[in-house]
Ligand binder design. Structure first.
Ligand SMILES: Cc1cc2nc3c(=O)[nH]c(=O)nc-3n(C[C@H](O)[C@H](O)[C@H](O)COP(=O)(O)O)c2cc1C
Length: 309
């Protein structure tokens, strides 16, 4: 009932752990039975190790959280040595998130990941709003297309997921323009979307709350925005191209996940909700199962994009 085929990658559940919110690889397994999620996405991995930004790296807001982690990660060589060997034995699919500051950065990490047993897909983080190089790839269809086709050429049979930034303005490029560029360049699926640029100020010290001054907003605050982005991209680009969407943004309960499915997603990712309740994905999957049954559908895929407008 909850089984999904995500661009040829079969998942037992449409609920996926979002990049950067569940450790480098499988650290969540101490709190969450990974057999109960469809897949996990690794921390974004860059060619070289990165220490990340100064504190504070995360900051709670009234209805979500801010983060400016700065892509802290062990780098691809240490990832391959210390983490990747466990991937094939995990009870869920593993999608490797990759990031960088040049096309060569991305292709180097993509090449390494594609040869890795147990890694079923690569998710391209072109939309990290915290490090200036990342946002440029995700902001301009030409640069994005060039990056996606260069990475596609390295991946062979490994699936390519492209995670876009949350563009909500019509100019100069819409989210549909970016989605089309990614699909034309060979994306197997789209992940919509990364965090929304945001900022908080400590009014007593008059200093920014985050060490990086600005960061990315996630959690319940961005959910309705994610629903619209998924709805727009599905309707304008992805449905006709036959490219699945992974909905991301403020999924804290099964209804949030169901909304993204109706808007056009084939699967969802859960990030911020894990900090409050590491078992949230299990509850979300259970609720989705009941909902699919109540809707009279044989499989959750029958409900993708089925909002009645
Ligand atoms: C602490 C933290 C770290 C994150 N690190 C990454 C990352 O390394 N790569 C990435 O693509 N997204 C990263 N994200 C974004 C999430 O994967 C997700 O796109 C975003 O948080 C929205 O989903 P949510 O509202 O369920 O958290 C991070 C988010 C948080 C909160």
């Amino acid at each position: 009932m909850l089984h999904v085929d995500l661009a040829g990658l079969p998942l037992a559940s449409p609920v996926i752990l979002a990049a950067g919110t569940a450790g480098v690889l499988d650290e969540m397994s101490e709190q969450l039975d990974l057999a109960r999620v469809g897949a996990l996405v690794t921390k974004s991995i860059t060619p070289e190790p990165r220490a990340g930004n100064a504190a504070h790296r995360v900051w709670p807001t009234r209805v979500g959280m801010l983060n400016a982690v700065g892509l802290a990660n062990p780098g691809v060589d240490a990832f391959l040595r210390d983490h990747a060997p466990r991937a094939a034995a995990l009870p869920c699919r593993v999608i490797a998130s990759i990031a960088g500051f040049s096309v060569e950065d991305y292709t180097r990490v993509a090449r390494a990941m594609s040869g890795c047993e147990g890694i079923g897909g690569v998710e391209l983080n072109v939309s990290c709003p915290n490090v200036c190089g990342g946002v440029e790839f995700g902001a301009e269809p030409g640069a994005l297309g060039e990056l996606v086709s260069a990475v596609r050429a390295e991946l062979g049979a490994t699936k390519l997921f492209v995670k876009l930034p949350p563009v909500t303005t019509p100019a100069p490029n819409t989210i549909a323009d970016l989605a089309r560029a990614a699909i034309d360049a060979g994306a197997d699926a789209l992940c919509l979307c990364n965090t929304t640029p945001a900022m908080a100020i400590d009014v007593r010290t008059r200093k920014p709350a985050l060490g990086n001054t600005t960061g990315g907003l996630s959690g319940a605050a961005v959910h309705a925005q994610a629903v619209k982005i998924v709805y727009d991209v599905h309707r304008l680009v992805a449905r006709e191209a036959g490219v699945p969407i992974v909905g991301i943004g403020g999924v804290t309960g099964w209804k949030d996940a169901a909304e993204l499915i109706l808007a056009g997603a084939s699967a969802v990712q859960v990030g911020t909700a894990l900090f409050a309740d590491p078992r949230a994905p299990i509850k979300i999957a259970r609720g989705l199962g009941r909902w699919v049954r109540a809707q009279g559908a044989a499989n959750i895929g029958e409900l993708t994009g089925r909002v009645e407008v």
